[in-house]
Design a binder for this molecule. Sequence first.
Ligand code: SF4
Length: 329
Amino acid sequence: MKGRVFNGMRPTGHLHLGNYLGSVVNMVTLQENYECFFCIVDWHALTTGYEDTAELQDNILNIAIDWLSAGIDPKKSVIFVQSSVKEGAELHLLLSMPTPLSWVERIPTYKEQLRQLEGRNIATYGFLGYPVLMAADILAYKAGVIPVGEDQLPHIEITREIVRRFNFLFKSEVFPEPVAKLTRFALLPGIDGRKMSKSYGNEIHMSDNPATIRTKVAQMVTDPQRIRKTDPGRPEVCVPYQFYRAFVPEQQEHVAEECRNASIGCVACKQRLADIIIDRMAPLYEKRQKLAQRPDDVMDILHDGAGRARMVAKATLADVRRVMNLRDF
Ligand code: SF4
């Protein structure tokens, strides 16, 4: 039997190229060898963005289109929206009972996000509990393999601790302990050299058309000390070079060499990079255009995925209620 993967992504806007290379490409590969549950985690989006939900449904549709256009296949994977499976909320509630407060408070991203999102009121009950919600997402589907970046490892660790505590307290083997599958990928910077992020407006989106990609690549920050074309450049401090490394790693040494010996100018170097990115993203862009004209078909895929996910979560919750001595009246 294939191992089961769970991967969740927040619908906070269009996915960018960092999301694409760092996560979506990996998801497309995983579905060949695992039974994958790919979830658009809208409740998680509320933990930090509960005050303004005006764009939530558009964001859900857009992320689904981004996934499908990249090759995530509803025949191979279960693609669904978190809030359409209410059993997830019940499991979150039940798991929150035996979870010590200190476990959630010590998650590094909790304190970091409180600091980073200062000004937004997220010192809330819901935000504190998001690691337990994440555990519930994984455990409702009894997923064994969780693809994560390094910064997400503490979330898998707390999920494993919750599993051990739950199984011990209720003398059961209801939940398997999930393991993290680390996806190592160099983070792509934004076009201004800072972290690629919606809040900085420095992203290149998966959905950007070729002309927009060209404009954004032209705006990328290069080596500030390279003033004339004849000045030798330093690829290691240059944003386009990071993109070369990510998109065409086999060419990185050649590009670095050209830069250091000043045999190419930055304008030409960026034009060539834009061609590479546009070429790679063109099939996705075309597919996206077609999907965007048929939002009802995308909704049907999410509806079908929710049905398949619900069946699994219902069976899990039946086990959980049984061992916790809960029943319906
Ligand atoms: S030549 Fe290319 S790699 Fe070198 S600084 Fe210019 S854009 Fe960057």
